[in-house]
Design a protein around this ligand. Structure first.
Ligand code: C5P
Length: 315
């Protein structure tokens, strides 16, 4: 992809100081799930949207590759070679021919296994941070290509904003949208849901015909993004994995109902769940809905967020 790094042409490359990268969580405004493919993935037709809940990854020079973590749920995350951050750093090193040496520290705010692509976000942050630390100078598209090998959502988190995802979700293209800021309430559930388990449950429900009809095209959602009324966007939101998440976690039905009763324009399960997200009319409404959800005890924690925001960025 790029020319290999050679020590002899090493005018000091990269930076000596720490590189700090912020990376957002994602939600899917439309998650259309097609049939199961030969490779074990489902064909997707999705509209990704990056929201203002961030993880932060700091990369420093080191003699080996190490990772430490603090924050949301990090006691549950493996710090070994299976961790997506470590795999991302190694993949970038391999592809550019540099030694994979860095001390990485991750501060997590995105819930684990929540349907918000937290692990994928951290992998995207590691690619951007190590690229700057090592001075490998890849373009966003080149980073996104490496990202696709790490997970279906990782390329989107390099780009951010609102974007169309096809293939297994890794083929990302920009969408034409008004510069509207949308206000969300994010109801974080107790515990997580496994993404492969949610997809398998959808296949099972479809085989038994207990799942709703597939969402189909993204046209209505894309048209809703070109106008300013959150009510129109609310009516266009949809997620084919929602039936599966509700079957696996029936209590989410009460969370969705409570958010809508509290004044949300619409609520959906985020990705494979169990996080639920609600579209609000504005920032103040979002605060009110979050306070009400917290008081009702229908989720672990309700947070407010806005979108779209940028993908993994230094600073
Ligand atoms: O790509 P990623 O590693 O994040 O996917 C995790 C799992 O989710 C896959 O192993 C697969 O079971 C499921 N998946 C899927 N179809 C997709 C994306 C993910 O079935 N398009």
């Amino acid at each position: 992809m790029t020319e290999a790094w050679r020590p002899e042409d090493d005018e000091p490359r990269g930076v000596s100081g720490p590189v700090r990268v912020r990376v957002p969580a994602k939600i899917n405004l439309h998650l259309g799930v097609g049939p199961l493919r030969q490779d074990g993935y489902h064909e997707l037709n999705t509209v990704y949207h990056a929201i203002s809940i961030h993880d932060e990854l700091t990369a420093r020079r080191g003699d080996t590759l190490t990772l430490t973590m603090a924050g949301e749920g990090t006691g549950e995350l493996a710090l070994d070679e299976s961790n997506l951050v470590i795999r991302a750093a190694r993949a970038l090193a391999r592809s550019t021919g540099v030694p994979p040496h860095a001390r990485l520290h991750l501060r997590k705010q995105i819930p684990l296994a929540g349907g918000l692509a937290g692990g994928s976000a951290d992998a995207a942050a590691a690619l951007v941070a190590c690229d700057a630390l090592w001075g490998t100078g890849l373009s966003r598209d080149e980073l996104a290509e490496i990202a696709a090998g790490l997970g279906s959502d990782v390329p989107f988190l390099i780009h951010g904003g609102t974007a169309l995802g096809t293939g297994r979700g890794e083929a990302v293209s920009p969408v034409l949208a008004r510069p509207t800021v949308w206000h969300w309430v994010v109801a974080v559930a107790e515990g997580g849901l496994s993404t492969p388990v949610a997809y398998r449950e959808l296949d099972r429900l479809r085989a038994a015909r207990a799942a709703g009809p597939p969402l189909g095209s993204t046209d209505t959602l894309l048209a809703a993004l070109r106008q300013p009324d959150p009510g129109v966007l609310a009516a266009a939101l949809g997620n084919d994995l929602q039936d599966a998440a509700l079957a696996l976690r029936p209590s989410l039905a009460a969370t969705l109902k409570a958010g809508e009763a509290a004044g949300a324009l619409a609520g959906i399960v985020s990705g494979s769940g169990p996080t639920c997200v609600f579209l609000a009319t504005g920032a103040a409404d979002a605060e009110g809905i979050a306070a009400e959800l917290d008081a009702l005890d229908v989720c672990r924690e309700a947070r407010t967020a806005h979108g779209p925001v940028a993908g993994a960025r230094i600073g």
